[in-house]
Design a protein around this ligand. Structure first.
Ligand code: URA
Length: 278
């Protein structure tokens, strides 16, 4: 392969920037790891327990049956998923959960990301927004929603009297997908135990998904946001004392491209404001 072909291959794969001055041979690092070790978290944690059932969701009604497990083809390696579940469940605080994620190496996105992008805002806030995944600026700063769509999200929050001291913000994946592509089902699945644990620990009054991937992952819905927005769901995991109200909104990046949808979003924001006040 010529260097030009290699460069083209990187471009096709979505690589759009270098992340350090010197190349790192991660294949060699992998080969040098002690046999049987797949990541830091597995060496320091007790043996993984049986995976908990997936959370149940329903459309404004009590959760009925748990959502089906992802198919084998779309699942991360079983051991990695079990490790993720175990590690996430062991976290007793949001800070512990962040440390657990910092030690977790089984999400492929971590290899190309500059920083872990965990949360921003107030972990004691009554409302949690969950987006799709960090972009370029988020990757650089290690904070969610600090680029152009974050600026719009801040304006949306301000329109109902909120700012980041009154809300918590995160994503369904914690590292930037190269080239800002949509996270794959495997990447979302391996991060999901940490997102679910975050929701359990924060225990917000309201959960808001931003965009399709977050709605799909957390509300277990396959229809587009256009059909999900304006409705309330009940979100519940086995580790939660009670179900919480959840709703879906358009992603701010979509609103930047399709300002015509801002009208519906304004309605959604008013519904959220009303729900927060009741
Ligand atoms: N888009 C997202 O979904 N999340 C971010 O953090 C930034 C942009």
């Amino acid at each position: 392969m010529t260097s030009q072909e290699l460069l083209q291959w990187y471009i096709d794969a979505g690589v759009d920037e270098t992340i350090s001055d010197h190349p790192v041979n991660r294949f060699r690092q992998e080969a040098e790891r002690p046999e049987g070790s797949t990541g830091k978290q597995q060496t320091s944690e007790p043996s993984p327990q049986k995976e908990q059932p997936r959370p149940g969701f329903s459309d404004a009604a009590p959760a009925s049956s748990p959502s089906p497990p992802p198919t084998a083809k779309l699942s991360p390696a079983n051991g990695d998923l079990t490790a993720a579940v175990h590690l996430a469940k062991a976290a007793k605080t949001v800070e512990e959960l962040q440390r657990a994620l910092e030690s977790f190496d089984a999400c492929g996105l971590k290899k190309t990301a500059t920083n872990l992008v965990f949360t921003d805002g107030n972990p004691k806030a009554p409302i949690l927004f969950v987006g799709e995944g960090p972009g370029e600026e988020e990757d650089r700063q290690g904070l969610p929603f600090v680029g152009p769509s974050g600026k719009l999200l801040d304006k949306m929050l301000a329109s109902i009297g909120l700012d980041r001291t009154g809300a918590l913000i995160t994503n369904v994946v914690f590292w930037r997908p190269p080239g800002n592509r949509t996270p794959t089902p495997q990447e979302t699945a391996i991060c999901l135990p940490f997102v679910e644990r975050l929701i359990e620990l924060v225990d917000p009054k309201i959960l808001v998904t931003l965009g399709g991937p977050a709605a799909k992952s957390l509300l277990a819905q396959t229809t587009g946001v256009g059909r999900l927005r304006g409705r309330w769901f009940q979100y519940e995991t086995p580790g939660m004392a009670r179900p919480i109200d959840a709703t879906a909104m358009y992603h701010p990046a979509y609103l930047l491209r399709s300002p015509g949808q801002k009208r519906d979003t304004w309605r959604d924001l008013l519904a959220i404001k009303h729900k927060l006040a009741t």
